[in-house]
Write a protein that binds this ligand. Structure first.
Ligand SMILES: Cc1cc2nc3c(=O)[nH]c(=O)nc-3n(C[C@H](O)[C@H](O)[C@H](O)COP(=O)(O)OP(=O)(O)OC[C@H]3O[C@@H](n4cnc5c(N)ncnc54)[C@H](O)[C@@H]3O)c2cc1C
Length: 478
């Protein structure tokens, strides 16, 4: 097959028949549904830019597995240069779509599996790495997109998986057969699960002896029998459904709850089954790599926010206002710090026993903590610059209304040189950049909650060297 064009990608999704519910209805045509299509278009950008002469060299690389060109979203890094390229691609795409492009989590899973399946085989002489490599070839040959099914619904957070009143709140194996396993559970917040051909499922947390049934990782097509996607609400989502007041005219994000109701997985697609001590590694590798990813895409989103703020300054006549220039500068430095931290995590990357290169987890987590706070600050600054109409701009339908439209256009005019329609469009985009819940809340919880980022930093940081440095200065020799 080889690399897909964006049009081929969309057609490949059209051939899939997933079970989908949204707004209380069963959705038969995913690709042409305006709400879902806006999300699919965002992932489509990863195919579109791979075709473009300007960006092809960054996004397309060589697969040592198939000896063919491959989109980097399907290639676990084999060098520091690969790690760095990922951050640059993410920034480019974040800036292009102004929201989440929904293809990074698949690569995060591929990386976690490429490292961990190798380690499990070394310990237990199992077949997981060979199965994973076959799956990776399948992804590369078809240029597929994968989604990450990591977050279980988790029930009572105070209880471990085996102590839950209903065990299904953590996905688990309910049957082992000669030809495969049957699993049951639900994975929530599944970014772009319908923009993906495959769902890669990993455990959501570290496990203990006695919790073998929850230690399971596998990949299945997103339209496998028993998989039900329930598309979650996001603020502004009915705007796309209505085709009115969308703000971002091209792209959006959605994140379904995905129920796996007795889903059969053939052994060839099972990458962990019972080796409970490796669940922690899978989660740790997935989440640290995902946190490196955010430093690129969210810096790209701030680029859009800076562009919107500067445009509003022009439309409002505040370009020369010094506190606005200062605020824009504060937005830019936040983007660059995020980006710099993720680049640093990549430059400090190292080779794992499987041959996959992995980022520095402390720097990647530092980037993610920074994002959780600073994206909110960048948003606040953008809204401050733009003005109050971010909150309550009349609808396009009112602007088009013969009675009230001309009055609105008269009163919403900014500087004389700018058509009022442009000012209205820019307010609408800023509203979307600031308030698209499916995207903005990933700044905080995406890739794990902030407490998890801090835990990783404390665990992975070389604190002993810091204590030694302090004691040496104090003249303490223990
Ligand atoms: C927009 C968005 C997109 C996402 N995309 C994906 C995706 O594509 N794939 C995927 O798998 N996941 C995805 N996630 C899920 C994300 O990783 C989780 O939201 C995150 O891990 C937090 O889990 P939770 O939502 O269940 O919250 P909880 O785990 O309930 O956390 C809520 C709060 O309680 C704290 N807490 C919970 N349990 C404990 C405990 N035992 N001890 C101490 N503190 C505790 C947490 O630290 C946090 O402060 C996405 C999330 C969002 C918001």
């Amino acid at each position: 097959m080889g690399l897909m064009t964006k049009a081929e990608y969309i057609e490949s999704l059209r051939r899939m028949k997933p079970t989908v519910y949204m707004f209380g209805e069963k959705i038969e045509n995913v690709v042409d549904n305006p709400r879902l299509r806006a999300g699919i278009e965002a992932t489509g950008a990863t195919y579109e830019l791979a075709e473009s002469p300007e960006h092809r060299d960054l996004i397309v690389t060589h697969s040592t597995l198939t000896d063919k060109p491959v989109n980097r979203f399907n290639k676990p890094p084999e060098s520091v240069a690969d790690l760095v390229a990922r951050v640059k691609i993410n920034r480019l795409l974040g800036r292009r779509v102004g929201t989440c492009f929904q293809r990074c989590t698949g690569l995060d899973c591929l990386v976690a599996l490429s490292v961990t399946t190798y380690d499990i085989d070394r310990k237990y002489d199992t077949q997981y790495h060979r199965r994973f490599t076959d799956f990776l070839k399948h992804m590369q040959k078809n240029d597929f997109t994968a989604n990450a099914g990591v977050t279980d619904v988790k029930g009572d957070r105070n209880l471990s998986p085996k102590d839950q009143a209903d065990k299904d709140v953590y996905l688990h194996v309910v049957e082992k057969r000669d030809d495969g396993i049957v699993v049951r559970g639900a994975k929530c917040h599944q970014t772009g699960s319908l923009s993906a051909h495959e769902i890669i499922v990993l455990p959501t947390r570290a496990l203990r002896k006695g919790e073998e049934e929850f230690a399971v990782a596998f990949a299945v097509p997103s339209d496998t029998a028993g998989i039900i996607h329930v598309v979650g609400r996001s603020s502004l989502d009915t705007r796309e459904q209505d085709g009115c007041d969308c703000g971002n005219q091209r792209y959006s994000k959605y994140a379904p709850t995905v129920i796996l109701d007795n889903v059969f997985v053939p052994w060839e697609r099972v990458f962990l089954c019972g080796e409970w001590e490796f669940a922690a590694d899978l989660v740790a590798y997935f989440s640290a790599f995902h946190r490196q990813s955010h430093g690129g895409c969210k810096a790209g989103k701030i680029d859009c926010m800076v562009g919107a703020a500067l445009t509003m300054m022009e439309y409002n006549g505040t370009q020369k206002v010094s506190h606005h220039k200062e605020k824009v500068t504060d937005m830019i430095h936040r983007a660059e710090t995020l980006y710099g931290c993720s680049l640093a995590a990549s430059y400090e990357g190292r080779r794992m026993p499987s041959g996959t290169y992995f980022i520095d987890p402390v720097l990647a987590n530092a980037s993610k903590i920074h994002e959780g706070k600073e994206m909110a600050e960048a948003t606040r600054l953008m809204i401050d610059i733009a003005g109050g109409f971010v909150a309550d701009l009349p609808s396009d339908r009112d602007f088009d209304h013969p009675a009230v439209g001309p009055l609105l256009k008269k009163y919403l005019k900014g500087v004389e040189a700018t058509p009022v329609e442009n000012r209205v469009r820019m307010f609408r985009l800023i509203e979307k950049l600031a308030m698209e819940s499916a995207d903005t809340i990933s700044d905080i919880h995406g890739g794990g909650s902030p407490a998890a980022h801090r835990l990783t930093i404390f665990r992975e940081s070389n604190n002993e060297a810091k204590v030694t440095a302090a004691k040496r200065l104090a003249g303490i020799d223990e």
